[in-house]
Design a binder for this molecule. Structure first.
Ligand code: NAP
Ligand code: ZN
Ligand code: ZN
Length: 351
């Protein structure tokens, strides 16, 4: 074991603070990573504050991790010391079930092991995430980051990137389709970039007047202010596909109404309370309402390679570790442009 410093939530209603803990030594299949940057996902906030009622404390969030390989285990063949690597939301799964065999580890039938707040399969306790100086991860769950990408701006690809990429690919979004992205936060802004890169006609729906110009700059063909009923009414029945990345309670029926016959609304945002669905909106036009969870390891690598080829990264605002609570409060006000990333050099040396 070696000692490590992180930032942990000790309970739902207190600020994150420095926390000393131990990480396992590098086993034969393990990669030890010195963390350079960690993106701040809205899920970190949901989890730190126990909004999904499943948080185990202390909780060290962070699942958009980019760093350099510091050490590899004896059986590790895919990575070498010094390489730029990433870790997303998953650090293990059963590897035997039908989902795992298809590379869909996020849908592992016995449950994947989350990068934080997950129960280790070898009985080594609850996992601690990327708000920390180092992490040790099985090589099967480590991703290669193209060296051409800015490592800080690549960090959000590990969750915000793959979570939007996976449904866009699964539902075969591409040229000739009119695609809506709802909410311009961390996920939403990656959704806009990817839908554009895949050739779709992209319409951004935002509640924030201040994000309209950015929506166009990021690749949207049109931006609709979702608080304007007349603007929403004009869009009725015009969409093949809509990706909803809103973190809070909101009216999804307003978006179901925008789908064409057989159109699909995929929910990736995970508000803490259930969202009522209008059955009539679904059945009147044989519309589909679906969900999607992050993405599997092979698909995450495919997305990273695509980003390397096309020069796609996240638009980020770098913060110091001690600014995390300010970042959370700004996320709650939708004041995020468009992902906070923690510079891990700012982590206090001892706790
Ligand atoms: P984020 O950066 O905070 O962005 C959320 C955006 O939603 C806001 O910037 C805002 O955009 C919009 N919004 C917020 N409150 C709203 C409201 N009351 N009504 C309408 N729109 C509102 O969050 P994120 O990190 O992108 O995460 C989004 C959600 O996805 C979270 O719930 C997160 O837990 C979840 N998530 C799911 C997965 C998955 O696998 N399915 C993976 C990662 C994250 P505008 O200002 O443009 O309106
Ligand atoms: Zn996330
Ligand atoms: Zn499995």
């Amino acid at each position: 074991m070696f000692s490590c410093t992180g930032y942990a939530a000790m309970a739902a209603d207190v600020s994150l603070k420095p926390f000393a803990f131990e990480r396992r030594d590098t086993g034969p299949e393990d990669v030890r990573i010195e963390i350079l940057y960690c993106g701040v996902c809205h899920s970190d906030l949901h989890q730190a504050r126990n909004e999904w009622q499943n948080t185990i404390y202390p909780c060290i969030p962070g699942h958009e991790i980019v760093g350099r390989v510091a050490e590899v285990g004896a059986s590790v063949t895919r990575f070498r010391k010094g390489e730029l690597v990433g870790v997303g939301c998953l650090v293990d799964s059963c590897r035997e079930c039908a989902s795992c065999k298809k590379g869909l580890e996020q849908y592992c039938e016995v449950g994947f092991v989350g990068t934080y707040n997950g129960e280790d399969r070898q009985g080594r306790g609850i996992t601690f995430g990327g708000y920390s100086r180092a992490i040790v991860v099985d090589q099967g769950f480590v991703l290669k980051i193209p060296e051409t990408l800015d490592p800080a701006a690549a960090a959000p690809l590990l969750c915000a990137g793959i979570t939007t990429w996976s449904p866009l690919r699964h539902w075969k979004v591409g040229p000739g389709q009119r695609v809506g992205i709802v909410g311009l936060g961390g996920l939403g802004h990656m959704g806009v970039k990817f839908a554009k890169a895949l050739g779709a006609e992209v319409v951004l729906f935002t509640t924030s007047q201040s994000k309209v110009a950015d929506g166009i700059r990021l690749g949207a063909h049109e931006v609709v202010l979702s608080k304007d009923p007349a603007a929403m009414a004009k869009e009725r029945g015009r969409f093949d596909f809509i990706l909803d990345a809103v973190a809070a309670d909101h009216d999804i029926n307003a978006y179901l109404d925008l789908l064409k016959l057989d159109g699909t609304l995929v929910q990736v945002g995970a508000p803490e309370t259930p969202l009522p669905v209008s059955v009539f909106s679904l059945l009147m036009k044989r519309r589909n309402f679906a969900g999607s969870l992050i993405g599997g390891i092979p698909e995450t690598q495919e997305m990273l390679d695509f980003c390397g080829e096309h020069g796609i990264t996240s638009d980020i605002e770098m913060i110091r570790m001690e600014e995390i609570e300010v970042a959370y409060e700004r996320m709650l006000r939708s004041d995020v442009k468009y992902r906070f990333v923690i510079d891990m050099a700012s982590m206090p040396a001892g706790a």
